[in-house]
Write a protein that binds this ligand. Structure first.
Ligand code: ZN
Length: 206
């Protein structure tokens, strides 16, 4: 009994409360159509049932006043559009929230990385969803740094539209053909679409 008391005292000295109060980072990644938003919203619904206070953010992609995140199965949740991730740290009464969730994180600059570090240091549970690779199969925006900081990573796969195997690539199609490596991100007047494909069926023109 005496030995147990000593070890308890020692562990409280070695692991002070300030360190135990740190938060965690969960990342959900994968190609388009892999169910990332569905998994993201599933975790948020569970956090809501647990009475955790949460904030959901997404990047502003264009001029639309879009304040929702949606999954391909039709589920929707309200989200706060952000131009600059720094706005998260200025959010009123941020200290009162337990969970900070950020969708489509690949579209932010690497300015999001120190914001995430601060949120973790504040003890938040941070949940991030984003594309790990762009249509060229290159790491997308700040995702490599975010993945390096993660406590847990869920890497989802879609189904390849060509062969039915697991798909880990987002194939960009422009006017019916695979995109070129150096195509601009936005092509005026082009008909553009994306398909989930496996590595074997994915192609990019050089
Ligand atoms: Zn395939």
């Amino acid at each position: 009994m005496k030995k147990l008391c000593v070890s308890l005292i020692l562990s409280s000295m070695i692991f002070p409360a300030t360190i135990r109060a740190f938060g965690r980072l969960e990342v959900i990644c994968g190609p388009m159509f892999a169910g990332k938003s569905e998994e993201f919203m599933r975790r948020l619904r569970r956090a809501d049932i647990a009475n955790l206070k949460m904030l959901i953010f997404k990047p502003i992609l264009d001029t639309r006043a879009d304040d929702e995140i949606t999954s391909h199965n039709g589920a929707r949740m309200k989200a706060i559009p952000l131009a600059d991730p720094q706005e998260i740290l200025n959010f009123p009464d941020l200290a009162a929230y337990d969970v900070i969730a950020i969708d489509e994180a690949q579209f932010f600059s690497t300015d999001i990385v120190p914001v995430i570090r601060t949120l973790i240091a504040m003890g938040k549970r941070v949940i991030i969803a984003g594309l790990d690779l762009d249509y060229r199969s290159e790491p997308f925006g700040p995702m490599p740094q975010i993945l390096a900081l993660a406590d847990s990573i869920t890497k989802l796969q879609a189904i390849c539209v060509m062969c039915g195997q697991d798909a880990c690539r987002s194939q960009r199609i422009i006017n019916g053909n695979p995109a070129r490596y150096d195509d601009p991100l936005i092509m005026i007047g082009a008909e553009e679409s994306y398909q989930p494909r496996c590595k074997k069926c994915y192609s990019i023109l050089s």
